[in-house]
Ligand binder design. Sequence first.
Ligand code: PEP
Ligand code: MG
Length: 538
Amino acid sequence: MKEARGISVLNRIAIGRIHYYHPSKREVDESPAEDVEAELKGFEDARQKAIDEQNGLYEKALREAGEEEAAVFEVHAMMLEDDDLIGDINRYIREGKRAAYAVDMACKEQAQVFSEMDDSYMRERAADILDIGRSVIDIILGLKGSELQGAEASILMAEDLAPSETVKLKKELLLGFVTKEGSGNSHTAILARSMGIPALVQCGEVDPEWDGHLAIIDGYNGCLYLDPEEGQLAEFKARQAEEERKRKELDAYKGVESITKSGRRVQVYANIGSPKDLDAVLQNDAEGIGLFRSEFLYLNRDDYPDEETQYLAYREVLKALYPREVIIRTCDIGADKTVDYMGLDKEENPALGFRAIRISLSRRDFFKTQLRALLRASIYGRLGIMFPMIISLKELLSCKELLRECEEELRLKGAEISDSIEVGTMIETPAAVLIADELAEHCDFFSIGTNDLTQYTCAVDRQNAALDDFLDIHHPAVLKEIRMTVEAGHRHSCRVGICGELGADLSLIGQFIDWGVDELSVSPVKVLPIRKAICNHG
Ligand code: PEP
Ligand code: MG
């Protein structure tokens, strides 16, 4: 048995024999063109053919993977109509390059430009431009791709797979795939995910010698097991069968509205810590993001993330979720989440200390940098801004005042800002529960942070495992506070959600629905189980 590691694009198991794919050798002739006119015509014919090919792939992807996933081939066809790209290629040919070489040069140059962009979505497009370049070159050179798949269903292994190759794959012959290159955000990975294919990318050890060997892809751990032992094989087969049963049951809830049998709608949102979690959010069909813990952008660094870094992260999430809502919580640093560069003093009681909104309101420049980044990103989606650890109306009003100040400053500079940003607060202190009526008058939404609310209500440090025996996660006081908060919010037309761990507690869902909770924000993998519970509630 041998083990290799990669980045998993789907939490699933595949078991089967490996089919190793060797792409056709594409050698581009760099010698000068003999007949420039013939090369120009050769390129133009190939370009038209490639557009037809991409349109065909679009139709196939639309049938098998859906509209969002098929869009890449529409983009490819558009790239092939791009005047700048066509102009560069024709210019190279007129300068004496052969058509295939001219395409190769121009596409590589454009790919370089994409790969240097700040936006990770745009950076990923470098692979697309190289992909269309390869398809045009193959047409010019009359190359046919070698057999991607064998006659029997297998695990495909390759150095790399282009999106156009991925979509050509016959699903019935594909158990999973493993590539040496690729990224978790590439279109190949996105397509694999939406087609439900377990896959590992960046698996450094792929080896042509493994062709025909039995293997297991463990998508939960990003592992490939080659030539598994009998016991291991039996264990994974059993896990796969159980996984399949559960998945089928939950998949039925994708694309379904979270509505109880009696017709009450409860939104199921997801909690994230960074744009890296977006795939999981989309994969699990969350109806929005109810808590983006922005402090994760501040952790594991030597210095503050600047306005631009934050703006790009917020923009990426807003764009990816649009038209769904994204609630971004301002920095909740302190207590268990600390960073050296902020120079925070050591405290006797950090959980009761200088943290979250207390830091933001004391270090206004720090706070305003984040607010500016949020406001600038707001035009890319449906943004909700949420403040953590609020204990007084004064704090909430100061936050809103600073937000207004930032907005005015930005507008004076000509920045575009959405006029439909919603503002809300976390309810995670008993003080906030008790003044929820006053807070609600100034909020579009509340989100109940049951993790801290339980800690502060029960005076049980959430970080101290030795206190586990004293912690009743269903403490009646906390449940009562949730109910009070919902009632207070609704008295003032303020939506109320739960984003703490209790929101994902299946044993409480019924109560939450009956109390009128409007939204539950949970970790992405919990979205479908929660939706199932809502849909089955009377
Ligand atoms: C909470 O306190 O319930 C919450 C969601 O915030 P965090 O867990 O990030 O403190
Ligand atoms: Mg909290």
